[in-house]
Write a protein that binds this ligand. Structure first.
Ligand code: NI
Length: 161
């Protein structure tokens, strides 16, 4: 287990498309462990492998709900409905926030660390986190989609948090 360096924008690795994981090896387990360590150390709610410079389709999410840590390999959003507009940030774009329109409810399918199929239906903030992380696997950042982007401290000055 180790904390890895989080790649920041404008590093071009963040714009690459990540490759599917063909086989779950001990290296993938180490990657998942390191991604969780790195996410928690940075106080994030999600992390995608490209954010530590690894172009593999692997994400971790923990939004602080009862699900705890969710690890997913080769995630794919298989259905989406509704809409939500809300603020997002990204560990690769420190200090910036933006209001992003996302699906309200999604079903996401992938593999867990044992190679078993994992299917999760999520709404609201968890759904938002999954959509944000899957975007990272396709080289998409929230700033590409945001209706408005603002510096975190400006927002705090206005007392909006
Ligand atoms: Ni991000």
């Amino acid at each position: 287990m180790a904390i890895r360096i989080i790649v920041k924008e404008p590093d071009p690795v963040l714009r690459e498309k990540a490759k599917p994981v063909p086989k779950i090896t001990p290296n993938i387990h180490k990657l998942l462990d390191d991604m969780a360590d790195t996410m928690y150390d940075a106080e994030g709610v999600g992390l995608a492998a490209p954010q530590i410079g690894i172009l593999k389709r692997v994400i971790v999410v923990d939004v602080g709900d009862d699900n705890g840590l969710i690890e997913m390999i080769n995630p794919e959003i298989v259905s989406a409905e509704g809409e939500q507009l809300g603020p997002e940030g990204c560990l690769s774009i420190p200090g910036l926030r933006g209001d992003v329109n996302r699906s309200l409810t999604i079903t996401i399918k992938g593999l867990d660390r044992n190679g078993d199929e994992l299917v999760i239906t999520a709404s609201e903030f968890l759904a938002r986190a999954f959509q944000h992380e899957v975007d990272h696997l396709n080289g998409v950042l929230f700033t590409d989609l945001a209706k408005s982007v603002y510096r975190e401290e400006e927002r705090q000055k206005k007392g909006e948090e």
